[in-house]
Design a protein around this ligand. Structure first.
Ligand SMILES: [Zn+2]
Length: 196
């Protein structure tokens, strides 16, 4: 925007400088006409007129230099505008690309979440109500993990190894008994790797 403002400012400046040149040129042309017409006869008036024509020519030259200087600045501003416009376009393309990749990822995640939610509903339907209630309570208390695998006598929820007493008790418990970690309270899931 700053570059565009500079460009339009120099455009205005150029118009103004060109008008200045035009005014001087017209005045010099009028003087020249008067001189050529022979209407001015007094030597003093003729001398003044000639002096003015010379001085106007000098003035016109100076003003034309101003026009050239402004045109150079305007050209530089135009180049800057073009360069920045191109950069804006390339950054915008990157933004568009990132947005569309994000949208695609969101869509994929939404789909996955829907599938997982459905899967969970099926599993939850097969779990006894009181156990599900306990699990949900523990899950809320324990950072999203209500049940953990018992792996080589270690609770995978809190990473604590169970005491010999606890291991012995779990060993004796019936397969359908809900056993819990003494340390974190999570439901322990027994497998062949539990070290029992
Ligand atoms: Zn634990």
């Amino acid at each position: 925007m700053a570059a565009q403002t500079e460009e339009s400012d120099t455009a205005r400046e150029q118009t103004k400088a060109e008008q200045d040149v035009d005014q001087v040129r017209q005045r010099a042309a009028r003087d020249q006409q008067r001189l050529d017409s022979g209407a001015v006869t007094s030597p003093k008036d003729l001398e003044n007129l000639q002096k003015e024509i010379v001085s106007l020519a000098k003035r016109q030259g100076d003003l034309e230099d101003v026009v050239l200087e402004v045109m150079e600045r305007r050209e530089a501003a135009q180049e800057r505008v073009a360069e920045l416009t191109e950069r804006v376009g390339s950054v915008q393309a990157k933004i568009d690309d990132a947005n569309s990749r994000r949208d695609a990822a969101c869509q994929e995640i939404d789909g996955e979440a829907a599938t997982v939610t459905k899967d969970r509903e099926v599993v939850a339907g097969s779990v006894p109500a009181d156990l599900l209630k306990l699990y949900d309570k523990l899950r809320a208390q324990q950072g999203g993990i209500g049940a953990a695998k018992l792996y080589q006598r270690t609770c995978q929820g809190c990473r604590q190894e169970l005491s010999i007493t606890d291991v012995n008790e779990i060993r004796k418990a019936a397969p359908d008994t809900v056993v819990r970690c003494e340390n974190c309270g999570r439901i322990l899931v027994r497998t062949s790797e539990s070290g029992l």
